[in-house]
Structures are given as structure tokens and as C-alpha cells.
Write a protein that binds this ligand. Structure first.
Ligand code: C2E
Ligand code: MG
Ligand code: MG
Length: 273
């Protein structure tokens, strides 16, 4: 039986495989059209600073959603890896960036939101793109945004492939005044080397370390260690995926000051912030 299945899988005329390939091609085409027609919406999730016994929003993370006519709102899990695989992440990333800058420009008129920074997720392929830097720079000028209002969230895996070329690009962005944040910190191929080579502004503790924080000694040790690295390198450390009061209080007792998670607010469209 399993032999048969094995043979099946490698057959050129496997109708199931054929179907999977066709579905993927179909989704890719739909994604391409959606990007072209700008059918993406950005949701924003507050990032909170707790200081002097009070907390306030200091920034928001931009998270893309695909608003499909038939399927409704699709989350990144459904399309980001496909976008990465097909290079559609490049035009998608540009669309996200432009939408965020338009938002930032509107917030300039708001007495509270004018101080918010916006964090944008960037994947490896976007960084590899030749005109990435030029695009960011021209958009920032076009919408008259202060570069320090922008944070780029990079992953360790992006940084680990740090050819001199990547490092130079990151330095150029840094020199413009853009902030750099390391997303999902502690889950990638961690290398602390880039902390001395680059001017990173922020570490985001991955939510997997927060989830069991109340019961897991190991997670506590990891979180304390990341907070201590942040402290010594003078970086902000954000705890991601904070869902319960218990987690929040434990994090505060550990000296954590920056938080993001459903306990405070889920990602929402800009008008619901
Ligand atoms: P991420 O950058 O790690 O973003 C955090 C994810 O955790 C978001 O999922 C957010 O909705 C979710 N989250 C926030 N608070 C909580 C919480 O308290 N508990 C739990 N369980 N989850 C929480 P989302 O929006 O589905 O995004 C998933 C991933 O897709 C992001 O992970 C990011 O890697 C990627 N992504 C999203 N937008 C973009 C984009 O514009 N460009 C690129 N390249 N990637 C993006
Ligand atoms: Mg992120
Ligand atoms: Mg994450």
C-alpha cells in the first residue's frame, strides 16, 4: 500500500499532484492581481511602553492582510510564504510600505498619533532587491516622513546571511535615520556578532518564549537573558505575544518595559486604533 503511494507520488500523471500545482499557480495569479489592484489592507497593533506606573502606545506594527472579494480577509500565513517563493514579496512589500507612509502622513495631523513610530516587517528577498534602498528613500521623501518614525523588523536569518553587501545596505538605512528591530529574537540562527557590527535599536522577544513564561523556568531564563542583552547594548526589548495579565506582571517584574500582544490590543485597521 505504502509502496503504491510512493510510486504515485513520483508519477508524472498524478492527478492530485497536478491539482496542487494548479491550485498554487492559481493562487499565485490571484495574489499577483491583488497586489496590482492594491487589494491589501494594513492592520496595526499597538506597541506599549510601561514607564512611571503608566502605559502608553509609542508605536504600532504594520501587518498586512489580503482583502479578497470572495474569501474575505486573508492572513499572512495564507500568502506570505508563497509571496516569498515567487518574489511577489517585492511588489507586495512596496505596497505595504507606501500604504504605511500614507498613514504616517495622515497621523501627522493627529495630536497623539503624530508621535507614533511604525514597525514594518521586511523579508530577506526584499532586502536582496537592488532598488530597495532607493525605493525607501524616495518614498520617505515623497511623503515627507521623518525616517526615525520608521522601524524595519528584520529576522536573525536575514542577518545571518550577512554578506558585506547586506550589511552595507543596512548601514545605509541606519544612516538615513531608520530604526532597525530584530524580530522573533532567539528563534533563528542567533549570532550576536551583528549586535556589534550594526546599529540595531530593538529586540523583539519571540512569543514562543512568552507563552509558558509563568510556568517555565527555562523560558524565564531566556527572557531575562534577552532583557539583559538589551540593557547592556542599550536596545529596547519588546515582549511579543503578551496575552495574560500574569505574563505581563511577570515581565514587568523582570524589568521589561515594552509590550505587544492581545492583552493590550489585537491588530486592527487604522480607524479602530
Ligand atoms: P510577526 O512579525 O512576528 O508578527 C506578529 C504576529 O503575531 C502577527 O500575526 C500578530 O497578529 C500576532 N500576534 C500579536 N499579538 C499576539 C498575541 O498576543 N498572541 C498571539 N498568539 N499572536 C499575536 P500576523 O498578522 O498573522 O502575521 C504573521 C507574520 O506574517 C508576521 O509575524 C510577519 O512575519 C509576517 N508579515 C505580516 N505582515 C507582513 C508584511 O507586510 N511583510 C512581510 N514581509 N511579512 C509580514
Ligand atoms: Mg514583526
Ligand atoms: Mg513572530
Amino acid at each position: 500500500n505504502s509502496k503504491e503511494k510512493g510510486r504515485d507520488r513520483f508519477s508524472y500523471f498524478n492527478p492530485k499532484l497536478q491539482q496542487v500545482i494548479e491550485q498554487k499557480a492559481d493562487l499565485t495569479q490571484k495574489l499577483r492581481d491583488a497586489i496590482e489592484n492594491k487589494e491589501m489592507v494594513i492592520h496595526y497593533q499597538p506597541q506599549i511602553l510601561y514607564e512611571n506606573n503608566q502605559h502608553k502606545i509609542v508605536s504600532v506594527e504594520a501587518l498586512v492582510r489580503w482583502k479578497d472579494k470572495e474569501k474575505g480577509l486573508l492572513f499572512p500565513k495564507k500568502f506570505i510564504s508563497l509571496a516569498d517563493e515567487t518574489n511577489l514579496i517585492v511588489p507586495l512589500g512596496k505596497l505595504v510600505f507606501e500604504k504605511v507612509l500614507i498613514q504616517l502622513k495622515q497621523w501627522k495631523e493627529d495630536s497623539i498619533k503624530k508621535d507614533w513610530k511604525v514597525s514594518i516587517n521586511i523579508s530577506y528577498k526584499q532586502f536582496q532587491e537592488k532598488f530597495f534602498y532607493d525605493f525607501l528613500k524616495s518614498q520617505i521623501e515623497k511623503y515627507e516622513i521623518e525616517p526615525n518614525k520608521i522601524k524595519l523588523e528584520l529576522t536573525e536569518n536575514l542577518l545571518i546571511k550577512n554578506t558585506q553587501e547586506t550589511l552595507d545596505k543596512i548601514k545605509e538605512l541606519n544612516d538615513l535615520g531608520i530604526n532597525l528591530s530584530i524580530d522573533d529574537f532567539g528563534t533563528g540562527y542567533s549570532s550576536l556578532a551583528y549586535l556589534k557590527q550594526l546599529s540595531i535599536n530593538e529586540l523583539k522577544i519571540d512569543k514562543s518564549f512568552i507563552k509558558e513564561l509563568s510556568n517555565s523556568l527555562n523560558d524565564s531564563i531566556i527572557v531575562e537573558t534577552i532583557l539583559s542583552i538589551g540593557n547592556k547594548f542599550n536596545l529596547n526589548v519588546i515582549a511579543q505575544g503578551v496575552e495574560t495579565q500574569e505574563q505581563y506582571e511577570k515581565l514587568i517584574s523582570m524589568g521589561c518595559k515594552h509590550f505587544q500582544g492581545f492583552l493590550f490590543k489585537e491588530p486592527v485597521s487604522a480607524d479602530l486604533l
